[in-house]
Design a protein around this ligand. Structure first.
Ligand code: ADP
Ligand code: MG
Length: 259
């Protein structure tokens, strides 16, 4: 990618409060096409909030969010600021597919229906085409034989892989992962880690919130350490994990499993 190509996601000076609680205090972050950017930091530092602001699931009060160079248009200011253009929000959100800690599969739909649902109902795509794509994606994440079962019949690792297939079926420009492995037992965690590594290897653009420092070190082009709503330190994974500069990052890393 040349420097001229605008980042897939670019956030500048983002401020976000819940009432009087300021959670993001001026955050800058960007992911270019093919970049894997990991967000690390203690619980409550604002990682999930940043991810949710990036795909406009949450409002923010100040700062800019750009998707492939296109700035989100706002109306109002401060706590009254909202996106001005519902069509733009929909377009951005459908291009930034999210994978959640708790999978969030629909319990009353089969695995195949879960993967097909949004492309058919939100994007209005042809059902047969979507089904063919969905089956391929379920194969790719290693659960092609689970198309017709209910989510409750799968292990956590299988459910999360189904959720990843569902996110991919939207053919998004970027994937946003919020602690995708932290609800899983260690042995199930690895099957999801493998899928995430494969996606990174394919050159997918990803924002990854994770507590798994080894995963962050292995897959990231860039790592961002958030502390109390600010970027305390950031850089390439080898530098950040190998030679952390700030006391806070040193402390944080000393409390996590070694990277
Ligand atoms: P992280 O993902 O890094 O653990 P979060 O982004 O979830 O952190 O939360 C950052 C801060 O915002 C925390 O203090 C949390 O309690 C608060 N917070 C998160 N979501 C809400 C909400 N919907 N309403 C009020 N406060 C919230
Ligand atoms: Mg979180």
């Amino acid at each position: 990618m040349t420097q001229e190509t605008p980042p897939v996601i670019e956030i500048t000076g983002l401020h976000k409060s819940y009432g009087a609680l300021e959670v993001l205090k001026g955050v800058d972050m960007a992911a270019r096409a093919g970049d894997v950017v990991s967000l690390i930091g203690s619980s409550g530092s604002g990682k999930s909030t940043l991810l949710r602001c990036a795909n406009l699931l949450e409002d923010s009060q100040e700062g800019e969010i750009r998707f492939e160079g296109e700035a989100v248009r706002w109306k109002g200011t401060g706590h009254n600021r909202r996106p001005a253009d519902a069509g733009q929000v929909r377009r951005i959100r459908t291009n930034l597919s999210m994978v959640f800690q708790q999978f969030n599969l629909w319990a009353h739909m089969s695995i195949l229906q879960n993967v097909m649902e949004a492309p058919v109902t939100v994007l209005g795509e042809d059902r047969a085409e979507v089904e063919a794509r969905a089956r391929k994606l379920l194969d790719k994440v290693g659960i092609g034989d689970k198309c017709d079962v209910w989510p409750a019949q799968l292990s956590g690792g299988q459910q999360q892989r189904a959720a990843i297939a569902r996110a991919l079926c939207m053919e998004p420009r970027a994937l946003l992962f919020d602690e995708p492995t932290s609800a899983l037992d260690p042995e199930l965690e690895q099957e999801v880690v493998k899928v995430i590594k494969d996606l990174a290897g394919e050159g997918r653009t990803m924002l990854l919130v994770t507590h798994d420092m080894r995963l962050a070190r292995d897959v990231s082009d860039h790592v961002v350490f958030l502390h109390q709503g600010r970027i305390e330190e950031e850089g390439p994974p080898d530098t950040l994990f190998g030679a952390p500069k700030t006391k806070r990052l040193q402390q944080f890393l000393s409390h996590t499993v070694s990277a």
